[in-house]
Design a protein around this ligand. Structure first.
Ligand code: ADP
Length: 501
């Protein structure tokens, strides 16, 4: 048997997974590593913690599985996106901690760029909005705050990388400084149309071009891992940011196909084919993957509060003990009893963009029971997903025919049935839930010809359960109408309207 090893470098843990020729995950190892929060709203990772934990889980996996390292034919990396690492190219030592995607320290700087009117130009080139999430202002912050950094960068002594780039560089013993198009497309520096680092943006953010990695397709021979690390010179052959890897892992290869990951929040991506669709409703335009000479684009929408609403019921309200019990509770009542929960705990994202809205539970009567509130919380996840898919369809002009799902809260059958009823399309849950790691294993396996073409992958990927719409359309329309009314009651007066010029 031959294998692919997938490294899944996430925000809280590093994982390694072994995937065989049949596309089965046959082993997983995982290690958490420290979160560093020096101030309110700041989040950092030590790049050496990332490297050491990632190397350790990969070595442990090979040892635990008792396989010959030479039977691993390819390596794939999928990673937390946007997180920014800068190191000295001669010593290999990072000059500062990695600034994590969640870190808000450059929000004011982003606000200044917005006030100076750069939003439209940046959106046209990168598909993104100006936000502290993305790498550009994080690089700028490090160059401006670490003593001597700017001079070193100007001299060409420093290298920048997102987490994939840092791991490639470490694994190849400093020989390869590279990234893939999906990770590059989250930096705010990459022109997603020309597939090049953009000179005008580099100038705007004061970033020397010499720091940037070379960008390649996601399925590509990047370089070989030094033998001392994993016992064999395994070819790094697949790279993709986590959400894009999940879209690939769900085999959303055709235009209009959508995947949703139901985790703490939700991440939805729609394949828009060779067209980079410009959103009028605050969705991001991003690169889904690059393969051979072709680039596929996606629209991306995110929801802040999905599984996190269930955590809130458990930890703050204390009306449930475990997330798992919400399914039976929701089914213990005939319907929502008129109750809607709008989980605007941190404002509302796509498509409302109201940072000042706050959450509400609406429509309660003396007969309202705990189960109604729990049901309303689960239903709020379904409504938000419908909101996002609605604007994806508007922006792209494509009507979705099915939804493919993964993530922790996709275990909840009530939620997925409700989702299918609301969208009036089938919801498909695959057998293998390690979708992100599988996605990058597929990308690596295609590059080394373990699998001939994406078509062959369709024989490996199986659906565990399909949820078919079973609600009358009129009822589902009325429920959604009620949600829109509930939303209107929590929106603030300071609502930001995103309907781009
Ligand atoms: P993340 O990767 O964002 O940490 P996961 O994909 O591990 O998230 O999913 C965890 C989230 O899913 C938690 O917020 C939890 O509340 C929610 N969750 C887990 N199981 C269920 C369930 N059976 N029903 C509803 N929500 C669930």
């Amino acid at each position: 048997m031959e294998y692919i090893i997938a490294l899944d470098q996430g925000t809280t843990s590093s994982r390694a997974l072994l995937v065989n020729e049949k596309g089965e995950v046959c082993g997983v190892t995982q290690e958490e590593y420290p979160q560093i929060c020096p101030r309110e709203g700041w989040v950092e990772h030590n790049p050496l913690d990332i490297w050491n934990s990632q190397l350790h889980v990969a070595q442990k996996l090979i040892k635990d599985m008792g396989i010959l390292p030479s039977s691993i034919k390819g390596l794939g990396i999928t990673n937390q996106r946007e997180t920014t690492i800068i190191w000295n190219k001669h010593t290999g030592i990072p000059i500062y901690n990695g600034i994590v995607w969640q870190c808000r320290r450059t929000s004011d700087q982003c606000q200044r760029y917005k006030e100076q009117g750069y939003e439209k130009m940046i959106r046209q080139k990168t598909g993104l909005v100006i936000d502290a999430y993305f790498s550009a202002t994080k690089i700028q912050w490090i160059l401006d705050h670490v003593e001597g950094a700017r001079e070193s960068a100007e001299k060409g002594d420093l290298l920048f990388g997102t987490v994939d780039t840092w791991l490639i560089w470490k694994l190849t013993g400093g020989e390869v400084h590279a990234t893939d198009y999906t990770n590059a497309s989250r930096t705010l520096l990459f022109n997603i149309h020309t597939l090049e680092w953009d000179e005008e943006l580099l100038e705007l953010f004061h970033i020397p071009k010499s720091m940037l990695p070379k960008a390649y397709p996601s399925s590509y021979p990047y370089g070989k891992v030094k033998k001392e690390y994993l016992g064999s010179e395994i070819l790094i052959a697949g790279i993709a940011g986590d959400q894009q890897a999940a879209l690939f892992g769900q085999l959303c290869f055709e235009k209009g196909m959508i995947k949703n990951t139901y985790g703490t929040g939700c991440f939805l991506l729609m394949n828009t084919g060779q067209e980079a669709v410009d959103s009028k409703h605050g969705l991001l335009t991003t690169i889904a993957w690059g393969m051979k000479d072709q680039v596929v684009y996606a629209l991306e929408g995110s929801i802040f509060m999905a599984g996190a609403t269930i955590q809130w019921l458990r930890d703050e309200l204390g009306i449930i003990q475990t997330a798992g019990e919400t399914e039976a509770l929701a089914l213990s009542v005939r319907d929502h009893g008129g109750v809607y929960m709008v989980p605007a705990f941190q404002g509302l994202g796509t498509p409302y963009w109201d940072m000042y809205a706050r959450a509400g539970i609406l429509g309660m009567s003396r007969n309202t029971k705990k189960a109604h509130i729990v049901r309303a919380a689960l239903e709020s996840i379904g409504y938000q997903v419908k909101d996002v898919i609605g604007v994806m369809e508007k922006d792209s002009g494509i009507i979705s025919r099915e939804l493919r799902v993964d993530g922790g809260a996709a275990r909840n059958q009530f939620l997925l049935q409700f989702q299918s009823d609301l969208l009036n399309i089938p919801v498909l849950r695959p057998h293998n839930i390690e979708i992100t790691a599988l996605g990058v294993a597929y990308l690596a396996g295609l590059a080394i010809k373990m699998w001939k073409d994406p078509k062959e992958l369709e024989t490996l990927w199986t659906v565990e359960k399909t949820f078919i719409p079973s609600m009358e359309e009129e009822k589902s329309r009325q429920l959604y109408q009620g949600w829109k009314e509930a939303i209107n009651r929590v929106l603030s007066k300071n609502r930001i309207i995103v309907d781009n010029q």
